[in-house]
Design a binder for this molecule. Structure first.
Ligand code: DGJ
Length: 733
């Protein structure tokens, strides 16, 4: 049992293997947040609050005379506007033409085995796991028939608690939500660091760590996508927390659209986190008896540092979020033609690539952008999802059959959410694009966004996808999305709340993906948004892997993949070997190093295989064979960051260890070269101390490799690298 309820004290204690989370209904019915952290017992932690008469703190109406009772500094479970709390709020709601105000009080609870789901939204599921419980706590406004149900999913063994909220209007008049966050989380002691993952196109998820200062800090996206620039995964940690030591909280929003996290350090050094949908353009109307459900947020606590926290996140997302048939299958090693040909290709060229794919022992050829409509550059053709047979020189089926005939699988690129103004689709349906009548559209990459909040548009897209997928043996889709959303306005329903369009767009997108996967359950979907612009837990519900970045330079990828590893499984990180000089930054790195970096995730190639030298072909064959031989370890081994590319100039190291500790692969890339170099000793992690491991013919104990380390060979050139395979030799007595 994971959830303990003391009916008399109205105390709710959520227990996971290593953490405890607690709420309490106080004497006025307010739901206080009393504890979240290291595993404790079911003691009532409300004694920690310590009421005090603080100047300028508000008292709710029924606390008349008691100046020590104030929502302005009490730790609350779901803070709202309207009861004297002046910190950041989770919910702003009120009658359509009236002021936003709520004062939520406890009404009831429900407890059941299993995990709630959120219809239409991605969310964790229990699967085979029986140790998952759901708690629903319903709060009601003190004055009006408006209810908030807080949903908790407790994954006891995984140290994970999920949260979401359902807001229901039982008033006759329409109510308006101006902000509806997935969670509020209050900490009495706010002396913490904020670790987040900022970035840009071709430079996603760069780790940044800073102490939380007084005031409000925000990590957010208003781009209609989670975005390259910030990620909806963040960490709050102790000031002294490092990889293997200290307390930390991981927070991951299961949503792929605009989001917002706010962290406020308050007047008495407490800390409040609120997170969920970005409310910048959000207005959602609730008619009588309607409900609004927020996206889910996944929480995990580690008292043993960041490695454990990442392990918890990686494992819960892998086991309880990713549904794909492919999740535990060996993912196809592939060659993508984007950096090989860009828009200049025909079937002959693609077949030459396919032959090399077969020859190198890879599994799949992926045909990227440019095969449909009029699409010889990125200014036209989006929306016209019919095959350009003139360009190809044959039908798609003929091409795919020939590729399959070589023993190679076939995958295809699509960007279904978009439309080019120079397209048949736009000429026929200019109103299908998101735009504000009377204003020039905001263009980006010369394309507009289709209004997925509209059913007719969604049905058209579903049909286009189906026609393509059923026309040939297509086993993989790379689903791209190459611009940020601006001017989101639904032209067919100008009367309805335009503030709902962005979220309705996301619900529409999820509906289309669900439809595609229901029709093609064994399709491997790879998410993409100009690289990793939508690398989030929401997408992982549909696509078990995501193109991590448009930056294919091995050295920059070290930082991008390092940042990504904190919140996401490495099997989700699509990574390819590309040509040198690198197309994004001109850097030249050894072929070997490019291979090692790409093996950090779902492995493939992104270059013209026909242009490889004989030596490179030999290396590519060896890389593909090595990856396949150890694919289970790469895909599902425990992942360890052995140092940080943000802090260490000389090298970056990481490793995978088999769950049974019988095998490990440690990779090192030298990021700088030195004359008269010092010898680098890299310490393994996660091995069995008493097992002896063979590396390059020599035998070392796990204890020696973890405490003393392994002495790396001296790099022979710039950006040299090495990969060490450690295999258990025998068990020492
Ligand atoms: C952006 C993607 O990230 C690239 O890999 C490629 O598919 C291009 N779009 C194609 O337009």
């Amino acid at each position: 049992m994971a959830i303990y309820i003391d009916q008399e004290k109205k105390l709710f204690t959520l227990q996971t293997r290593n953490s405890t989370y607690q709420m309490k209904v106080d004497e006025k019915g307010v739901l206080l947040h009393t504890y979240y952290g290291e595993k404790a017992d079911e003691s009532d932690f409300s004694y920690l609050i310590g009421p005090f008469d603080r100047g300028f703190s508000g008292q709710p109406g029924d606390a008349c005379g008691d100046r020590t009772y104030s929502m302005d500094y009490y730790p609350l479970e779901y803070p709202v506007l309207g009861n004297g709390d002046f910190r950041v709020k989770a919910l702003l709601a009120g009658p359509k033409d009236g002021p936003a105000a709520l004062d939520l009080r406890y009404a009831s609870y429900e407890l059941w085995d299993g995990k709630y789901d959120l219809t239409g939204l991605p969310a964790l599921f229990a699967g085979e796991d029986t140790c998952v419980q759901t708690l629903e706590i319903t709060l009601k406004d003190l004055y009006r028939e408006v209810y908030v149900t807080l949903l908790y999913g407790v994954f006891e063994e995984q140290d994970v608690i999920t949260r979401a909220a359902r807001i229901t209007n039982r008033e006759k008049e329409v109510w308006t939500l101006r902000r509806a966050m997935s969670l509020g989380l209050d900490f009495l002691q706010g002396d913490m660091d904020l670790i987040h993952f900022y970035g840009k196109h071709a430079g996603e998820r760069q780790l940044e760590r800073r102490p939380v200062m007084h005031g409000i800090e925000e990590i957010s996206s208003t781009r209609g996508a989670s975005g390259h620039h910030h990620n909806p995964f963040m960490i709050l940690s102790g000031r002294d927390t490092v990889e293997d030591y200290g307390a930390c909280y991981g927070i991951s929003l299961v949503y792929s659209g605009s989001f917002k996290f706010q962290v406020e350090k308050d007047q008495i050094d407490g800390l409040r986190l609120v997170g969920g949908l970005n409310d910048e353009e959000f207005v959602w109307e609730l008619a009588e008896n309607e409900s609004f459900v927020t996206p889910e947020v996944v929480l995990t606590y580690s008292g043993q540092g960041l490695t454990r926290l990442s392990g918890n996140m990686q494992s819960i997302l892998h086991k309880h979020l990713i549904r794909s048939w492919w999740k535990d299958q060996a993912r196809p090693t592939l060659a993508n033609n984007w950096e090989a040909t860009y828009f200049q290709f025909d079937a002959k060229k693609l077949l030459q690539l396919a032959k090399e794919v077969a020859d190198l022992g890879l599994d799949m050829l992926v045909l990227d952008d440019g095969w449909f409509g009029k699409r010889d550059d990125d200014t036209s053709g989006l929306g016209d999802w019919f095959v350009n047979e003139k360009k190809l020189g044959c039908s798609l089926k003929e091409l795919v059959d020939q590729v399959n005939g070589l023993g190679v699988k076939f995958g295809i690129w699509m960007e279904p959410e978009m439309v080019s103004e120079d397209s048949e689709l736009f000429r026929a349906h200019p109103d299908w694009a998101l735009q504000i009548p009377g204003r020039a559209p905001v263009r980006s990459r010369d394309q507009l966004i289709l209004d997925l909040s509209r059913k007719d548009v969604r049905e058209y897209i579903k049909e286009c996808i189906e026609q393509i997928l059923s026309s040939a043996n297509i086993e993989y889709v790379k689903w791209d999305m190459n611009r940020s959303m601006d001017l989101a306005f639904n032209v067919t329903e100008p009367g309805v709340s335009q503030g709902a369009v962005r979220h309705r767009y996301m619900l529409g997108l999820y509906e289309i993906m669900e439809d595609m996967l229901t029709r093609h359950p064994k399709l491997l979907l790879e998410g993409c948004s100009g690289g990793g612009g939508r690398f989030d837990a929401g997408m992982l519900y549909y696509s078990p892997q995501i193109w991590c970045s448009d930056n294919t330079d091995a050295i920059e990828r070290l930082r991008i993949q390092y940042g990504t590893s904190f919140g996401y499984p490495m099997s989700a990180v699509a990574a390819h070997v590309s040509a040198c000089p690198n197309h994004q930054n001109g850097r030249v790195t050894p072929f070997k190093t490019r291979g090692i970096c790409a093996m950090q995730g779902a492995f493939g190639y992104e270059l013209d295989l026909n242009k490889l030298s004989e030596q490179e072909k030999k290396e590519a064959k060896e890389q593909a064979a090595f990856y396949k031989k150890h694919q289970a370890l790469f895909q599902s081994g425990d992942y360890y960051r052995l140092n940080s590319p943000m802090d260490e100039r000389a090298y970056t190291a990481w490793s995978y260890v088999a769950k049974d500790q019988s095998k490990a692969i440690l990779s090192v890339v030298h990021t700088d070269v030195y004359a008269n170099p010092k010898r680098i000793r890299v310490r393994f992690k996660g091995l069995c101390e008493k097992t002896s491991y063979r590396i390059n013919g020599e035998v070392y104990t796990g204890a020696a490799l973890m405490r003393g380390g392994y002495v790396l060979p001296v790099p022979e050139c710039a950006y040299d690298s090495c990969m060490l395979l450690a295999e258990a030799a025998d068990i020492l007595q």
